[in-house]
Design a protein around this ligand. Sequence first.
Ligand SMILES: Cc1cc2nc3c(=O)[nH]c(=O)nc-3n(C[C@H](O)[C@H](O)[C@H](O)COP(=O)(O)OP(=O)(O)OC[C@H]3O[C@@H](n4cnc5c(N)ncnc54)[C@H](O)[C@@H]3O)c2cc1C
Length: 603
Amino acid sequence: MTISDHRPLSRRSLLQAMTALAGAAALPTLGARRALATMPDLPANFGKGRSIAIVGAGVAGLTAGWKLANAGFKVTIYEGDSRYGGRSLTPRPVRAAYRDWWFNKYNPERLFPNMYVSTYHEDERSPDPAPQICQFDDPLWNPNSGRSPVELFLNAGPGRIPSDHVALIRLCQQTGVALEPYIFQSNYNLLQSPTFANGAPVAYNKVNYSARGQVAEMLAKAIAEDTQLSAEFRKQMLNLLQQMGDLNAQNQLKDSTRMGYSHLPGGWRDAPIANPAVPLQQTLDSGFAGGGNPETSPGSFLYNADNIDWQNSLMQPIGGMDRVWQRLLVQPVPTGSLQLRSGDPRGRGLQARDGGGKGVRRFVGDLVLLNHRIAGIHETSKANIRIDFVVTDPVGGKSTTGSETFDFCFSSMAPNLLAKTPTSLSPEFNAWLAKVDQTPAIKVGWQGRTRFWERENNIYGGISWTKDIIGQIWYPSEDFNASTGVLTGAYNRGPGAVTFGNYKQKERIAAALHGGSLLHADFAAKVYADKGLTIAWHYMPFQVGGWASDTANTQPDVYRAITDLPRGRLYLAGDAWSYLPGWQEGAITSVYEAIGALAKVHG
Ligand SMILES: Cc1cc2nc3c(=O)[nH]c(=O)nc-3n(C[C@H](O)[C@H](O)[C@H](O)COP(=O)(O)OP(=O)(O)OC[C@H]3O[C@@H](n4cnc5c(N)ncnc54)[C@H](O)[C@@H]3O)c2cc1C
């Protein structure tokens, strides 16, 4: 597939390319900018007669495939794994009736049946690489009743979308991913530390508003006594502190209901009893304020919600985070964007679909070759690039090799994996790629026998935090008052994730049940303990960690070197090539940058 790239550059196409570079001019090396919410406009016929190989069918690879196919390119997306989505993994119930129900709701045509994932496994680096199968199920659901079950899934990778992740939100709008609120924090979420109340969990509002009121009280006292300040300034400051800390007219934290109630207000003479303030020293001793590097610890239990990435409003796709790439898979692309080679595994399915009376339709998912691991990327001449791949038969496990030639290649594999892949990149550049620090990350999922957190603790969404190795528990932001639901029963990163990931599955389950019991008494009896799922991202196939460890800030020299792009016909994208590693926004904006750069150099 080699198509010459020598085109005369007319004034018009130059102007078009310049327009495209409204985005490309903002290559990461050029400093601060507002993220590109949409892809830059491209010169007309930009991709006509040209071909591109894309490595990886995660959010970055699929976004690139969709955009480039619609810009006229012939596109092949090589995915080493047997599933789509990369780190966006959302295991769903394996029960056949449940799967059927899901397809009827979300994908009645059953395009790309592999988009429903119920099983995954870690690889040979893991202490427990056996497949994990999602056994979640709604026990009250009768498939013949015509009713829907409670929708059960674990967002084992990404789970939330901040409101300033404009490119992802726009992509969701363009591809038809419905969004709903994701609740990061609710006042009844719990905090737990061995140095607070002998390890008993405490509601977030009790600690947070006590500390805030007490700090306001102290500052108000100091300001009231300060004779150097002007009367007007003192008055304004005292008013601000009264509002901030809910202080009374005497600047005291008394009669505030912000800390919640030990007895809720009721009818008639059923008067409320407000919680007393938690003594400040107790809060200071608890360690809830946190400290250290949020890349390697769960951060500040009290102030996590102030972090720009976790501020209100956050969102989640209705039905699970995998809806993002599932909707990408079913986006139409021009029929000419797909090029089948002889014996192509996609041929048979396409013939059946084309013969089904709906005419020839092609979708982003048709561009993907699963089970195709890229083993080499070589620029063979100034005009093309050769892709070497290993195909693994998903049934027998037998491997065969092959090569194809393209005009360009986009790779979204992790930098450290690219460094190990034979390519025509220089040894110096590979050395930079290999240096990118990655953050290990783990998660656990439980199905509740009931939604005990709602009934017993008034917790509707949000996160409870613990100093235990599980780090945190997420409560579902959807389906309040349903009969069951899925908890993210652990989410940790850094050293805690390494320790947890090195346990065998049985030990992980035991550790996560113990952590859960520190926040909710009798936890093991309240969840389906035998249906727990665990994941250590640093042991997942084709991954090296949860995400790159904020390279731009923690390894600026490395970040500068790896974003010194483009390099010949190979373009690099994915969240590691962005200021937002660990966020899909980074994956998408880096793709838009790469496309902008391609337009600049080859438009
Ligand atoms: C635990 C966790 C929590 C997260 N939370 C959030 C969140 O709340 N919100 C958010 O927006 N983001 C979150 N993220 C980050 C988000 O998952 C990523 O930013 C995004 O999925 C990255 O997409 P990508 O396409 O760049 O990379 P990937 O998804 O990693 O895709 C790369 C693809 O390349 C494939 N590949 C690798 N090597 C080869 C090869 N040699 N040949 C062929 N294919 C290959 C891989 O199999 C993979 O499919 C989280 C991630 C994790 C792990």
